[in-house]
Ligand binder design. Structure first.
Ligand code: SF4
Ligand code: F3S
Ligand code: FES
Length: 252
């Protein structure tokens, strides 16, 4: 018997690592039917691959009409949040081996936003709430000739909320948001927090008033779904509580 070449040996190792996995995907195409339906796709895949890799394999090899958003594939752009086995996650950060591939893996669009096609939702209401909280530095007067200085302690105050990638996993896991979609939602509050507690910013009061609205922070019922869903590990509920406290004490 001849000794396998390096290439042959690699191929054998890769094949041995694959499993057969079924992805049960909630499909919706308004041009075909008003009803969404579940469709199964069974593929051979290395369980160390990510759900995004499986979706690519399905799209490129089985059904080119499967529609989903993705860009960076590395947990940075926030475009591929979806419900995987009933939980909001980023497809590019979810390893197949970690989500029980012995059973069909369900994949569906995030909740609370209108589904446009398959796994793609209309993000406009989400981004409108984000825009409404003024997610940018407002600094009045005393224009510095160099950068605006800040102590390490002051920077630490809002460090956690700078990590948001606007994936909507938090907002679309919040039962209050599912209710009527009018609530600003945790992502908008996280991004308000990022500036309210920035010592260089001068619009904290303004942002607090915006969130004092009937659809603002007071609608949060401390459910913690948002914190559990955040792929960046942001303590979302804690940030919301800090904004509520700042509204009461007017200290931030
Ligand atoms: Fe995504 Fe977390 Fe930002 Fe919410 S707070 S949008 S879950 S990164
Ligand atoms: Fe919703 Fe998070 Fe509050 S899930 S109710 S925003 S703690
Ligand atoms: Fe960019 Fe997943 S594709 S976060």
């Amino acid at each position: 018997m001849s000794t396998p070449t390096l290439d042959q040996a690699d191929t054998t190792a890769t094949d041995a690592a694959t499993i057969t996995a079924t992805f049960r995907i909630r499909r919706f195409n308004p041009e075909v039917s008003a009803e969404a339906l579940w469709e199964d796709f069974t593929i051979e895949i290395d369980p160390k691959e990510r759900v995004l890799d499986a979706l690519h394999k399905i799209k490129w090899e089985l059904d080119g009409t499967l529609t989903f958003r993705r860009s960076c594939a590395h947990g940075i752009c926030g475009s591929d949040a979806m419900r995987i086995n009933g939980r909001n996650r980023l497809a590019c950060k979810t390893l197949i081996k970690d989500i029980n591939p012995e059973k069909p893996i369900t994949v569906e669009a995030i909740k609370g936003l209108t589904v446009l096609k398959d796994l793609v939702v209309d993000m406009e209401p989400f981004f409108q709430a984000y825009r409404d909280v003024m997610p940018f530095l407002v600094a009045n007067g005393n224009e510095p000739t160099r950068e605006r200085l800040q102590s390490a302690e002051d920077r630490e105050r809002f460090d956690d909320t700078t990590k948001c990638i606007l994936c909507a996993a938090c907002t679309s896991s919040c039962p209050i948001y599912w209710n009527d979609g009018q609530y600003f939602g945790p992502a908008a509050i996280v991004n308000a927090h990022r500036f309210i507690f920035d010592s260089r910013d001068d619009a904290g009061e303004q942002r607090l008033e915006i969130l004092n609205d009937k659809d603002g922070v007071w609608r949060c019922r401390t459910t913690f779904n948002c914190t559990d869903a955040c792929p960046r590990g942001i303590e979302v509920t804690k940030a919301i509580q800090e904004v509520k406290r700042a509204l009461i004490t007017r200290r931030f």
